[in-house]
Design a protein around this ligand. Structure first.
Ligand SMILES: Nc1nc2c(ncn2[C@@H]2O[C@H](COP(=O)(O)OP(=O)(O)OP(=O)(O)O)[C@@H](O)[C@H]2O)c(=O)[nH]1
Ligand SMILES: [Mg+2]
Ligand SMILES: [Zn+2]
Ligand SMILES: [Zn+2]
Length: 396
């Protein structure tokens, strides 16, 4: 079974469907273009499109090309049988990994995703000899127009992400193609991997019912980025550097423990047996570390830059993991550690700062611009868990 990077529903390769190009065929026929009600219901209006069809036999998964039964024209548009989104080139033939993000309102999800992808496409990508490209035109247009330019050019932070009203609460994910450098790969071949990022509205974590519906994509994610804001934890909040804008608190905000509890309940319910541990790797990412730097010891791994050598640095990452476990006591979050130990055999702590410093009082990027700290570590760890990038052995 494979999962659609847009709707996260699963199906087998032979169920993949096609959409007619809608151009005049060799037979001189042309299919009419009209809105696709399935696509509209799932992802909102997408304009006029050619008709969809199932190819003969079970060619769907095996071929990139099919003949439209109505006009006889050949088409290369492969679509998801559930949501009718056009699938990225090579989908089903290359690895595809869904990375779902979860985190309370204001925890920094949208800023993190924007900076992470910028880093992967630039500095970190260069270190790993990796290329990261939008897997479809819409991803690239949306990422650049709505996210990257907003933060890097206009220097504005984001308004709270909204839940889409009609479409079953599912936001459109951004889908990227990650191609690691051949030398850094286990098999030695540059196999691209599709990465699908879901940035949901944090308010869904306020109730278990909303979580179950709006975050069901986490159930079919191959890896989870769980963003926790230390400034939403009582112990750390009072340590924050003076002048740091503090996230909201109160009933409109779910505490990090509450978010983790709801994610766990949702994943356990999907885990049929219910009692088994959750085997999805979970990167537990503490955001806005810049607000707490002044409280860390001189030699803290959270003050040093990650080692880069084209491989994921296992020891350095474990040092950060232990440091955060330690810090959780003073942040009044040791329960988080216990909850993870109980249910998630594959979890790892990370500390990041997307901006590198607090934003200004009116929530704009401050003077020196964006200086991210360790933002790529969590995703590089997930990619190393998937076997997409190599990692150093423990103890170096
Ligand atoms: N100090 C500091 N503050 C940050 C950082 N990243 C985000 N923030 C602050 O956190 C606020 C919320 O960030 P968002 O990324 O919009 O939060 P979100 O999790 O997407 O929130 P919702 O969309 O409402 O769920 C920002 O407006 C900033 O004020 C960071 O790296 N350091
Ligand atoms: Mg957001
Ligand atoms: Zn046709
Ligand atoms: Zn789909």
């Amino acid at each position: 079974m494979i999962a659609c990077p847009y709707c996260y529903e699963t199906f087998s390769a032979r169920q993949i469907m096609f959409r007619c190009h809608g151009r005049t065929s060799r037979l001189g026929k042309q299919c009419a273009l009209r809105p696709d009600p399935v696509l509209t219901a799932r992802r909102g209006a997408r304009g006029d499109l050619g008709p969809t069809f199932r190819p003969d036999g079970w060619a769907g998964g095996k071929t990139n090309i099919a003949t439209c039964p109505d006009c006889g024209g050949e088409t290369t548009y492969r679509i998801c049988p559930v949501c009718h989104s056009q699938l990225p080139a090579q989908f089903g033939m290359i690895g595809s990994r869904m990375i779902g993000m979860a985190g309370a309102k204001d925890s920094g999800k949208t800023v993190y995703m924007t900076v992470l992808l910028h880093e992967l496409r630039n500095r970190v990508g260069a270190q790993y000899g990796a290329a990261v490209m939008g897997a479809d035109d819409e991803t690239l247009r949306r990422y650049t127009g709505e996210y990257e330019d907003e933060l890097y050019v206009r220097r504005h932070l984001f308004r709270a992400t909204q839940r889409p009203a009609q479409r079953d609460g599912l936001v459109d994910p951004l889908v990227f193609r990650f191609t690691a450098n051949p030398g850094g790969l286990r098999g030695g071949r540059a196999q691209p991997t599709l990465m699908s990022f879901f940035d949901n509205a944090g308010e869904v974590w306020l109730s278990q019912a909303d979580t179950d519906v709006d975050s069901r994509y986490l159930g079919c994610s191959d890896g989870i980025l769980l963003l926790l804001d230390p400034l939403q934890m009582a112990g750390a909040r009072e340590l924050a550097a003076p002048g740091t804008p503090l996230p909201g608190a109160g009933p409109r905000y779910a505490s990090p423990e509450a978010v983790l509890t709801r994610v766990t309940n949702m994943l356990r319910t999907r885990n049929r047996g219910g009692r088994r541990k959750i085997d999805t790797p979970v990167a537990v990412v503490f955001t806005k570390i810049d607000a707490l730097w002044h409280t860390f010891d001189e030699g803290s791994p959270l003050r040093s830059a990650p080692r880069t050598g084209g491989r994921f640095d296992t020891s350095g990452s474990l040092d950060v993991h232990e440091e955060i476990r330690h810090l959780l006591h003073s942040w009044e979050g040791s329960q988080i550690d216990r909850m993870l130990q109980a249910d998630y055999p594959r979890h790892r702590f990370f500390g990041v700062s997307s901006l590198g410093r607090a934003p200004t009082g009116d929530n704009e990027v401050a003077g020196h611009g964006i200086q991210p700290y360790r933002v790529a570590d969590p995703v590089l760890w997930l990619l190393s868990e998937f076997g997409v990038i190599a990692r150093t052995r423990q103890g170096r």
